[in-house]
Design a binder for this molecule. Structure first.
Ligand code: AHR
Length: 521
């Protein structure tokens, strides 16, 4: 065979290779899943399980930062209970300081003796005064405590290229320079490693109301000064679109694709409401449940459209797609401060998170980082705090259940399942992803979107023989079940019953409105 022919055949094989196929069957019956255990090719980047902490409401202040003199147990001002709980998620990366806040943040205000740091007004989020107690050193100390990479979002909207260059030099340069010496004077001899640097955030909106053309021009200029100093290669991340603004994607890929390593898509979901009335986090009906599931599933289409544009402008796959803000966004909890985006978190949020993570896994050939918004006390949080108390949300539990996928090989899967219907619209009732870890264990995560009907699932592992199986499930009686400070453990994972291996086939009952993880050896 000629070289050309071999290449042609190879391309054909690759183009027909799909990572996941879901078919809704016409007549209700047993749901069937095939997991291709012999075909794992792509690695699920651990960073898909990344997080985001903004100077917004009580995310950083109270959520992490309580100060060294607080009676809440802390290490160098960072609260111990929250860090200990988050360590169980194996957090790979944390994005900071915003969000919208990033484009009005001047990092030099957040270094040096705390009592001498200037104060600023957080104009995006509640007009509160930020005393800059939590700055670069505190954030990177937190990353070291969590054992995660830092993803810094730089200021394009109201900052200067010089300010951006100085920040990178301050954090990462090991030699003799004004910035490196300033860092030393402030108590940090050795530079930190900074793997990811965002050049602006939502510059089409809160980050400067720019057109994609104007942002692209500014990006060219600013990114020039984001230097990789010896020993620290930094990935440059461009601002991507909000939702389905594919024109933004097309323009930035065309104009600045060669100068970026990745760009960050944002996608927030809600139920039937609109941006002024997003709906209650806890008080909703089955139509709103359905609408959230429907909106969540649209992430698949959004990623596909991004991939099409990436394939056109970056056919060799050099540019990564990040989804560096995602999650549910509800009305703020009644009685809480406006602009603080504090919301409760129910089983509904958990199922939505489970679907998002399955979809990110399935697109791990291009999707290399995702950051749920946000880690504490804001939007779809992992942790809620009240003074000394803290609780784990249902979404926290999903991240804990899914952590086995981090760094594992994605296994292609074919699912044939029943529909979940509402007013003539139909969704696949089940949503799945599967992976094989380095020890050979297979993990399958499955969401049952239907709030009323359990689902019988039969599945086979192609190319492997299951010997043992265990499972955990997150579910509850009511759709809006959530943890409160009075009852912090109402909803948490329990052992999944009704699962067995019958003649090489796995049979499992997936409870209504649930997220399950199966471990198969
Ligand atoms: O996560 C809250 C806000 O949502 C972020 O600051 C901004 O980037 C987005 O609009």
């Amino acid at each position: 065979m000629t070289k050309k022919l071999v290449l042609g055949v190879l391309c054909m094989i690759l183009s027909t290779w799909t990572v996941a196929k879901t078919t809704i069957q016409k007549t209700e019956g047993v749901n069937k899943l095939t997991v291709h255990a012999d075909q794992g090719r792509e690695t699920i980047a651990p960073e898909i399980y990344g997080h985001f902490a903004e100077h917004l409401g009580r995310c950083v202040y109270e959520g992490f930062w309580v100060g060294e003199y607080s009676d809440i147990p802390n290490v160098r001002g960072i609260r111990t209970d929250v860090v200990e709980a988050l360590k169980k998620l194996n957090i790979p990366v944390l994005r900071w300081p915003g969000g919208c806040f990033a484009d009005e943040y001047h990092w030099k205000d957040g270094i040096g003796p705390r009592d001498q740091r200037p104060k600023m007004v957080n104009t995006h989020w509640g007009m509160v005064t930020d005393d800059n107690a939590f700055g670069t050193h505190e954030f990177l100390d937190l990353c070291e405590m969590l054992g995660c990479e830092a993803y810094i979002a730089g200021n394009v909207g109201s900052g200067t290229p010089e300010e951006m260059q100085d920040w990178v030099e301050y954090m990462t340069f090991d030699g003799d320079s004004e910035m490196a010496n300033l860092r030393r004077k402030n108590g940090r001899e050795k530079p930190w490693k900074i793997k990811y640097f965002g050049v602006g955030n939502e510059n089409w909106g809160c980050g400067g109301s720019m057109t994609p053309e104007y942002y692209s021009d500014l990006y060219r200029q600013y990114q020039t000064y984001v230097r990789s100093y010896p020993g620290n290669w930094v990935a440059k991340v461009a601002c991507g679109p909000g939702g389905m603004d594919y024109n933004w994607v097309e323009v930035i890929l065309k104009k600045i694709g060669a100068r970026m390593n990745a760009y960050g898509q944002h996608y927030y979901v809600r139920g039937t409401g609109n941006w002024t009335q997003k709906g209650s986090a806890t008080n909703f009906d089955d139509k709103e449940w359905f609408a959230l599931m429907e909106n969540t599933l649209k992430i698949d289409e959004i990623i596909r459209r991004n991939k099409e544009l990436l394939d056109k402008y970056d056919p060799h796959g050099r540019i990564d797609l990040y989804v560096d803000e995602w999650g549910t966004w509800w009305d703020e909890e009644p009685g809480t401060k406006g602009g603080f985006l504090y919301q409760q978190n129910t089983l509904r949020d958990a199922v939505s998170a489970g679907i998002f993570l399955n979809e990110f896994n399935k697109h791990c050939d291009r999707v290399k980082m995702c950051n749920i918004a946000q880690i504490n006390n804001v939007l779809q949080a992992m942790i809620l705090t009240k003074g000394k108390e803290m609780l784990l949300t249902p979404t926290y539990h999903v991240f804990e259940m899914y952590k086995a996928h981090q760094g594992a090989k994605l296994l292609p899967s074919d699912l044939v399942c029943n529909g979940y219907e509402m007013n003539g619209a139909k969704l696949a009732a089940l949503n799945v992803s599967a992976s094989k870890d380095s020890s050979g264990s297979i993990h399958v995560t499955i969401c049952n979107l239907d709030p009323d009907a359990p689902a019988e699932l039969e599945f086979v592992l192609k190319g492997a023989k299951p010997v043992s199986i265990t499972g955990r499930v997150l579910t509850a009686e009511a759709m809006n079940t959530h943890n409160t400070f009075e009852n912090p453990n109402v909803i948490k994972p329990t052992a999944l019953k009704n699962l067995e291996i019958q003649k090489g086939k796995i049979c499992v009952t997936l409870l209504a409105k649930s997220v399950s993880v199966l471990k198969i050896n």
